[in-house]
Write a new protein. Structure first.
Length: 117
């Protein structure tokens, strides 16, 4: 059964950095792309960044461009989100999403990121 597990959230001061990680399993899963979404209190879940598993092409939400970087390790089915210059507005639960070449997408349980002012 496909599974996605995030890690790396925490509490950081404004201007600080964090790295999130997400592992998709099983290792045999054929991934099309992986992405990060986030949901702040009282708001809907929103797209943050996506990376194509084959080409490595990326795209970002406008409000994280230049601050967040998505990257991957194909051999480990792992995607990363490096976040810098964090702002209190970045406070949210961050969710990892994996879309396979065939079948249904998978979501992780989320990891909390809190940015203090």
């Amino acid at each position: 059964q496909e599974q996605v597990v995030e890690s790396g959230g925490g509490l950081v001061e404004a201007g600080g950095s964090l790295r999130l990680s997400c592992v998709a399993s099983p290792r045999s899963l054929s991934i099309a792309d992986m992405a990060w979404f986030r949901q702040a209190p009282g708001k809907e879940r929103e797209f943050v960044a996506r990376i194509n598993w084959i080409s490595g092409s990326t795209n970002y939400a406008d409000d994280v461009k230049g601050r967040f970087t998505i990257s991957k390790n194909n051999a480990k089915n792992t995607v990363f989100l490096d976040m810098k210059s964090l702002e209190p507005e970045d406070t949210a639960i961050y969710y990892c999403n994996a879309r396979p070449l065939c079948g249904r997408e998978s979501w992780g349980q989320g990891t909390q990121v809190t940015v203090s002012s």
